[in-house]
Design a protein around this ligand. Structure first.
Ligand SMILES: Cc1ncc(COP(=O)(O)O)c(C=O)c1O
Length: 353
């Protein structure tokens, strides 16, 4: 006898199918370990924080500093265990019944499917075209269905790396006043563009952000959502009471107190992104997509699969994103740091010889 939700029996648990390698250029992580950078601030915060208690002053301080970083009022902000966790809880807050679905783009962040499936929320996807744009009318047609409970736009989009057209996004948000529109801004620090200034204009807009990329802290599991106060109050209802470890909160606060370190790191990544993109574009037979993120999506002519294995043997892990027809033969490489990028370029050169 199966003891759990009937739809779960046939589903599998989330899996990460990436190799472990000395140079992890496959998960859009940073090389910078944040701990040595911020350990003094972290320890200072921990000295006045008691882990035997459920509550600590650090929560209010973090709320304040994060709101300042985001440029919003404190009641427009909710944090949790990563952007993933925020997306999961937004889905949990909108699902009405087994017919409920969310709409996103295709291809887009793979785990929208994973989390929707965990909650028995369906997911419909609207295709991107060759230029990685989409037809707003087609998107609206799907999103206006009464069972569509959430519209998702990933901006910049993973795995394509591009920013969506602002006018298309405005059009969608304006024309869905009665549906929540989740804009995933996990990579916004690398694009310099955000919808944060539109939050007061669009009460249906929810932004989701992460400390895993620009703040170099993927293992920390910290992310946040920004929206008008009433939306934040609704989302809070589906979180558990003490949802984010005090240790994680202290670490996130210490990161914000040292945000210059990470802003410099983002600048470095942007410089490397330009250099690597030009370098890859100069290789005969290579195709490279422009990126507004900390990764590049590229194709080594007909030899991508071979290159992928060659790099893996040299301890460099990339992500094969070629399963989608629009990205057939494409690989994704993280701009993690100068050292990795240098090793990657040397390995590509050896491959070509
Ligand atoms: C588009 C997008 N959203 C969300 C996430 C998850 O971020 P976090 O590590 O904060 O859960 C990722 C991670 O790669 C991502 O690419």
């Amino acid at each position: 006898m199966y003891l759990f939700r009937t739809d779960l029996e046939a589903k599998s648990a989330p899996q990460v199918n990436v190799p472990q390698a000395p140079r992890m250029m496959c998960l859009n992580e940073s090389c910078l370990d944040p701990f040595p950078q911020i350990s003094n601030s972290f320890l200072r915060i921990m000295q006045k924080t008691r882990l035997n208690r459920y509550m600590a002053d650090v929560s209010a301080e973090l709320q304040h500093e994060l709101a300042r970083y985001g440029g919003v009022r404190e009641d427009m902000l909710l944090f949790g265990n990563g952007a993933d966790d925020m997306i999961y809880h937004i889905m949990a807050a909108v699902r009405e019944n087994r017919d409920s679905f969310a709409v996103s783009l295709d291809p887009s962040y793979f785990d929208y499917k994973t989390f929707a499936s965990a909650l028995n929320l369906k997911l419909q996807q609207v295709p991107l075209d060759d230029a990685f744009s989409f037809d707003p009318e087609q998107y609206l047609h799907t999103a206006r269905h009464p069972d569509c409970k959430l519209a998702i736009l990933c901006n910049p989009n993973n795995p394509t790396g591009n920013l969506l057209r602002k006018e298309d996004m405005d059009y969608i948000i304006q024309h869905l006043p009665d549906k929540p529109v989740l804009v995933d801004e996990t990579y916004f620090e690398f694009s310099g563009q955000s919808f944060v200034h539109e939050l007061d204009k669009y009460p249906n807009l929810i932004l989701v952000r992460s400390f895993s990329k620009a703040f170099s802290a993927a293992g920390l599991r910290f992310g946040y959502a920004l929206a008008v106060a009433d939306t934040i109050a609704q989302l809070r209802k589906v979180q558990t009471t003490f949802h984010t470890s005090i240790l994680v909160q202290a670490f996130a606060l210490a990161i914000l107190q040292n945000s210059d370190v990470f802003a410099d790191q983002v600048k470095q990544v942007l410089k490397l992104r330009t250099e690597l993109s030009l370098w890859l574009k100069s290789r005969p037979g290579f195709t490279v997509h422009d990126s507004a993120t900390n990764f590049l999506t590229f194709k080594a002519g007909e030899r991508s699969a071979e290159l992928f294995l060659f790099l893996q043997k040299r301890g460099i892990a990339l992500r094969d994103v070629g399963a989608h027809p629009l990205l057939k033969g494409f690989l994704r490489v993280t701009i993690s740091c100068a050292d990795d990028v240098q090793a990657f370029m040397e390995a590509v050169q050896s491959f070509e010889r």
